[in-house]
Design a protein around this ligand. Structure first.
Ligand SMILES: C[S@@+](CC[C@H](N)C(=O)[O-])C[C@H]1O[C@@H](n2cnc3c(N)ncnc32)[C@H](O)[C@@H]1O
Length: 252
């Protein structure tokens, strides 16, 4: 039986690519990553694995995913509500991934959290989060994908919009998994992860980041690097399709 967290990492994340992109967006030699709402810290693991002098701190309200990082020599963990912490642990990059910024429903709380993140950042440091939007964000239904697993099994991934209210911005989403081996479904993980999030538009997020004291905000819809290793340029309005997923990067 697979651990749903392992299936999540295979289906949802590309931690090595993301860690490289975060460092490239930072533009210097970032050595300290803070991953808030970090779950099992896949991006932090990839970040510290990529260079010997790197450290990461992963914060999550749930001790279960953090337990997977126990004993890692370059990664510290903290079980806490990320929006309540007032530590001054310095970071070169603060990252909030997989739409987790949407957990912060209250605007005032979000500005307070963003301002605390900015204070933790070293000069030139970067806060990065992601968001999705567009008309499809309010449409109920799901998206299926198949991912090959080592050993020849197939992972069936199902992302479902279970409820969505464009008047309040609140959505309920769920991720389910099935594992197929030799044509038989051998594992079912219905609604293995469920989320209740407040979706915010890109201009709303930009306003909140500027209000929290950040100096500049850039949006990227192509989370990729140029062949020479530089990040692709920030998005122009033409790059944004009707349904979009974007990285929002704010400089301290
Ligand atoms: C969608 S998962 C994302 C995990 C990870 N960032 C990633 O990219 O895969 C959201 C995580 O946020 C955590 N979480 C939810 N509310 C939180 C809060 N107020 N403070 C810290 N962590 C929180 C959940 O326990 C969960 O592990």
């Amino acid at each position: 039986m697979h651990d749903p967290l392992e299936l999540y990492e295979r289906a949802v994340q590309s931690p090595a690519e993301l860690a490289t992109l975060l460092a490239a967006l930072h533009g210097g030699s970032p050595a300290r990553l803070r991953e808030d709402f970090g779950g099992a810290g896949a991006v932090s693991r990839a970040f510290v694995d990529a260079a010997p002098n790197r450290r990461a701190l992963v914060v999550d309200i749930d001790p279960a995913p953090l337990a997977r990082l126990a004993g890692h020599p370059a990664i510290g963990t903290r079980v806490a509500d990320a929006t309540e912490l007032d530590d001054q642990e310095p970071a070169d990059i603060v990252f909030v991934g997989n739409f987790s910024i949407g957990y912060v429903e209250c605007r005032r709380r979000l500005v307070r959290y963003l301002a605390a993140s900015r204070r933790r950042l070293s000069p030139g440091g970067l806060f990065v989060c992601d968001m999705y939007g567009g008309p499809g964000a309010w449409r109920l239904g799901g998206l299926a994908r198949r991912i090959p697993l080592p050993g020849g099994s197939t992972l069936h991934y199902w992302w479902e919009h279970e409820a969505a209210d464009p008047l309040t911005g609140m959505v309920d989403n769920a991720i389910s998994f099935r594992v197929e081996t030799a044509g038989d479904i051998v594992e079912e993980h219905p609604r293995a992860f469920t989320y209740r999030w407040r979706l915010r538009s890109l201009p709303e997020l930009r306003d909140l980041l500027l209000e929290a004291g950040f100096g500049s905000v850039e949006v990227r819809v192509h989370a990729e690097l140029e062949p020479d290793g530089r990040p692709k340029p920030p998005a122009s309005p033409r790059d944004l399709e009707a349904d979009w997923t974007a990285l929002i990067a704010a400089r301290a």
